[in-house]
Design a protein around this ligand. Structure first.
Ligand SMILES: CC(C)(COP(=O)(O)OP(=O)(O)OC[C@H]1O[C@@H](n2cnc3c(N)ncnc32)[C@H](O)[C@@H]1OP(=O)(O)O)[C@@H](O)C(=O)NCCC(=O)NCCS
Length: 192
């Protein structure tokens, strides 16, 4: 299990609690048009009840050591929800985890997603001992592809019709990072 509270230079990543419901809901509502394009759960008729259900499930998943969702917030404005980043196991045997994320639209392109995912990779390849972390990114989601590239992931290929989004089966690229690659990248950035 990762630590429930992680920090970067600018960000606090924290396990969800019931009290986060209102600020999470605000962030989703402010970003729904963008989220709707890529994420199956982000229907245009998304309700605050859906947010409460998400938080309930998230709390339960942490308890069961099954999946780990974090809210992303700025140190300088901790009352405002900036995005989500999540980690879960896809293969126990292969020690493979997957990461998913979104960032509110009015904070896009400030490096927030890259910074948050980088911090979570530290947990995944550190105390959690994963061998490989994957991202599944809808073909055409160039901002998300860019996040993968910036973090040093390799594109393995395309998974055909992997997810049903708004009635269309959408191909997804599979990107991956291995523990030794992550450590080499870390060493290289520390040397600079
Ligand atoms: C994808 C997403 C998480 C990125 O978050 P973010 O905090 O803006 O990401 P970052 O700022 O760390 O990096 C974004 C990069 O994409 C680039 N980018 C943004 N839009 C782009 C586009 N249309 N084409 C190419 N590059 C683009 C940015 O310039 C930036 O790269 P740079 O640092 O080299 O300039 C965010 O846009 C989002 O939540 N989108 C909707 C939901 C979603 O797609 N989730 C991911 C599902 S896999």
């Amino acid at each position: 299990m990762p630590r429930p509270k992680l920090e970067t230079d600018r960000l606090i990543l924290q396990r969800f609690a019931r009290r986060d419901s209102v600020t999470l809901d605000d962030a989703i509502r402010a970003s729904l048009t963008d989220l709707n394009q890529w994420l199956p759960w982000a229907r245009m008729d998304y309700t605050s009840g859906d947010t409460s259900a998400f938080i309930r499930d998230s709390v339960q998943a942490w308890k069961e050591d099954r999946a780990w969702d974090f809210s992303i917030r700025f140190f300088e404005d901790p009352a405002r929800h900036v995005g989500n980043v999540s980690l879960w196991t896809v293969s126990k045997l292969g020690k493979i985890a997957e990461i998913g994320y979104w960032v509110r639209s009015d904070e896009a392109n400030r490096g927030i997603c890259t910074e948050a995912v980088d911090r979570l990779l530290g947990e995944a390849f550190g105390s959690m001992g994963y061998h490989k972390v994957v991202l599944r990114i809808a073909v055409g989601n160039e901002a998300s592809d860019r996040v993968a590239e910036k973090l040093g992931f390799t594109k393995e290929g395309v998974l055909r019709e992997e997810l049903l989004i708004r009635g269309n089966w959408v191909d997804h690229s599979l990107w991956s990072l291995l523990d030794r690659e992550y450590r080499a990248l870390r060493r290289r950035s520390a040397a600079h």
